[in-house]
Write a protein that binds this ligand. Structure first.
Ligand code: GDP
Ligand code: MG
Length: 608
């Protein structure tokens, strides 16, 4: 017999895709389910496309606009990105926004430099030497904290240094999409040569496509061997100019302050070639370099201004917070009233502590800024929820791959204790280096709400082996997204776990339970069939549904109804709170106190 989906389509027919007329509008992100609704492409097909692309998703997963557009392209559905009114004009990429400025408004700005290199090769010492030789002596300013960035002057030109050495800061900022560094100075100790972190730094710089200057440091030491350093760099595809390549190199001693000016001049030379520009007349844009909470002054942020000029009393949107610039300090701690591109400033007046890499944008209207901030906070909560979501077999593989799961916690309810040993043994064989299966609770009979609570607390999955949940447990599981899996054959259980662990789960046939009924009495017909007198306790029951006979939560029979009657009349459906009589086809052992669970199976999109 051909089963039919509720909408009357045979379930083996491909779902027709009714293409929307014209392009569909998609926001910056949406769930797979929402995309499916917008496009009429089935969620299962969307998930399949994502899986082909190596992403194991579920239908509640948030996907970004670009992913959605790619999926739509597979169906020749045009998309346009919908931007909520409040988000119009909100900048998420400073480089692009500067590039969009007309050439006439742009003027040359100072270069922004980061120093990278292997530990102990002299990054900190070099930053100190540069600062001490070149920082303009100013009177003690109003703020005396370490700033995370500073500016030096040479030949009447400025250079900005990010005083957060190490490639962690650089990569962390880049990972957040922040692009602040124009030039990287790679420090290599002349007495130690190219070391693992030197090589790492080279890879990061190459990946970022940022120009590189090599500073061969510690040339004052007896063991200094700059030539060897250059050879080692060449092996790593960094060919310095004296070796015929295009990477400038300078030899310095941070300790003796030898040739610091030579390094600074080299930086200016590279800056001249690259010609970094910004528009000082625009509304300011910048990136947070460092931020912290100050007991007296509230949130304090060091921001590198990258375009425009920031002024006192400007309203700002910073990450998912807002504020008004109440006070501003330069890198010497001096109070300032405005700051131009490539200037690092300390800002007071934010309503919360931003994160390094957050974009600061001056806004005309603080109310609009606040509404954008709230929107961003909501998105962050959504993302956090997606990450903290309970574990499911569907998401298992992705979670394992992302290193989010080391133990797969199972709560095992079985019909008889005897089956446990065999199941545990078989599951034990599946343990891998990445993930260990742990049975954190075992028991017989009904899956209860307390089992579900345990699953919530321990981020576990519930396995019912011939055991079923009661309605309260089912509701709690639905509410908290707890995955309950049912099996009656050990092989199937083990096979599905195995497939889940390698991301190869078959399409799922999810059961939909429509109702529960209690057996109040029974009597035998002359035909020897047993009629069970039922009281429908939950939902509704229907002739067409499959029925499971449960005794103390354990499945004793699974089959179809022979008849459904109310007051001797055949009826199609009985809802909760009413009584009726049924005959379970081919099962004459229904007993008082049994529970009947009425369900149907549907092939559905995977959910978490
Ligand atoms: P970082 O880990 O790269 O920040 O390296 P540091 O700046 O902390 O320097 C590590 C050690 O090398 C310290 O003991 C410095 O005094 C020393 N050092 C740094 N630069 C020089 C240099 O030019 N010559 C010599 N002889 N020692 C240096
Ligand atoms: Mg250091």
């Amino acid at each position: 017999m051909m089963t039919r989906m509720p909408n009357g389509r045979p379930n083996n027919a491909p779902r027709p895709v009714i293409r929307p007329k014209g392009p569909i509008q998609i926001g910056s992100s949406l769930t797979v389910r929402e995309l499916s609704e917008a496009t009429s492409v089935s969620a299962a097909d969307i998930l399949k496309i994502m899986l082909k692309g190596g992403v194991l998703a579920n239908i509640n997963q948030q996907i970004d606009y670009d992913t959605a557009a790619l999926i739509c392209a597979e169906y020749n559905i045009e998309t346009v990105q919908y931007v909520p009114e409040q988000m119009i004009g909100i900048i998420d990429n400073i480089k692009d926004s500067i590039a969009a400025e007309t050439e006439a408004t742009l003027i040359t700005r100072p270069p922004v430099v980061t120093i990278m290199g292997h530990v102990d090769h002299g990054k900190t010492k070099l930053l100190d030497a540069i600062r001490q030789t070149r920082v303009a002596e100013g009177e003690a300013g109003g703020i005396t904290q370490h700033m995370g960035a500073y500016q030096v002057e040479i030949s009447n030109r400025k250079i900005t240094f990010l005083d957060t050495p190490g490639h962690e800061a650089f990569t962390a900022m880049r990972a957040r999409g922040a692009q602040v560094t124009d030039i990287v100075v790679l420090v290599v100790a002349a007495d130690d040569g190219v070391m693992p972190q030197t090589v790492e730094a080279i890879s990061h710089v190459r990946a970022a496509g940022v120009p590189l200057i090599v500073a061969i440091n510690k040339i004052d030491t007896i063991n200094a061997n700059p030539d060897l350093v250059k050879q080692q760099l060449a092996v790593n595809n960094v060919i310095v100019e004296s070796y015929g390549g295009d990477v400038p190199s300078v030899e310095v001693s941070a300790r003796m302050r030898t040739n610091i000016d030579g390094l600074l001049e080299m930086i200016l030379l590279v800056a001249d070639i690259q010609d970094y520009k910004a528009n000082p007349n625009a509304k300011a844009l910048g990136t947070v370099v460092e931020a912290e909470m100050d007991r007296q002054r509230g949130p304090i942020a060091t921001v590198l201004i990258q375009n425009g000029t920031i002024r006192l009393d400007d309203n700002v949107l910073v990450g998912n917070g807002t504020g008004t610039v109440r006070a501003m300090f330069n890198d010497t701690g001096k109070r300032i009233r405005f700051a131009e591109p490539a200037t690092p400033v300390v800002i007071l007046g934010l309503n919360e502590v931003p994160m390094a890499g957050d974009i600061l944008q001056v806004m005309d209207d603080l109310t609009v800024a606040r509404s954008v901030a709230i929107q961003r906070q909501r998105q962050i909560r959504l993302d956090a929820m997606a990450n903290l979501r309970s574990v499911s077999l569907d998401g298992l593989f992705a979670n394992i791959q992302q290193g989010k799961i080391k133990d797969l916690n199972l709560i095992m309810k079985v019909d008889v204790m005897g089956s446990l040993g065999a199941i545990e043994h078989a599951l034990g064989q599946l343990n891998t280096a990445e993930v260990q299966i742990k049975i954190i609770h075992r028991g017989t009979g009904t899956i209860t709400e307390s089992d579900v609570n345990l699953a919530i607390a321990s981020r576990g999955i519930i396995i019912g082996f011939n055991a079923r949940p009661d309605p309260a447990a089912r509701r709690a599981a639905e509410q908290h997204g707890i995955d309950i899996r049912f099996y009656n054959i050990i092989y199937n259980l083990v096979d599905e776990m195995k497939k889940a662990m390698i991301g190869m789960l078959d399409p799922e046939y999810r059961e939909i339970t429509d109702g529960y009924a209690e057996v109040r009495n029974t009597f035998r017909l002359p035909s020897r069939e047993v009629v069970a007198g039922l009281y429908v306790t939950d939902g509704k029951i229907n002739r067409q549904l499959t029925v499971r006979v449960l005794r103390s939560g354990v499945v004793v029979h699974d089959g179809r109804l022979g008849s459904l009657r109310r007051f001797k009349e055949d009826v199609r459906e009985v809802t909760s709170g009413y009584e009726c009589g049924v005959v379970v086809d081919g099962f004459n052992d229904v007993q008082d106190g049994d529970t009947l669970e009425f369900y149907r199976k549907e092939r559905v999109e995977r959910t978490a």
